[in-house]
Design a protein. Structure first.
Length: 93
């Protein structure tokens, strides 16, 4: 729990939170990143559909590039979540 009386760091003030401590914190950070990646994936799908409707080849190419990178990031996150979850959920803190 964050102390509301504490002054936020520069990174927190910019909207970037510090990593959570411990194994559970890492797992939660990975989960949060996975949610963000899913949101980016969905937003890219919407823009890609618009690009197709407009027949904008440059925008379609950009969406293809984003799709490739987001899928790679989602795969990396999924792998790390799979490796950390058993330990995080079964080993006492």
């Amino acid at each position: 729990m964050v102390d509301p009386r504490r002054t936020p760091t520069a990174a927190e003030a910019d909207g970037h939170l510090a990593p959570r401590p411990g194994a559970v914190g890492v797992r939660r950070d990975l989960h949060a990143l996975d949610v963000l990646a899913a949101e980016i994936h969905l937003a890219n799908t919407v823009v890609s559909q618009a690009a197709q409707a407009l027949r904008d080849r440059d925008l379609m190419a950009a969406c293809g590039w984003v799709e490739e990178h987001v899928r790679r990031q989602e795969a990396w996150l999924h792998t790390h979540i799979l490796h950390r979850a058993p330990h995080t959920l079964t080993v006492p803190c």
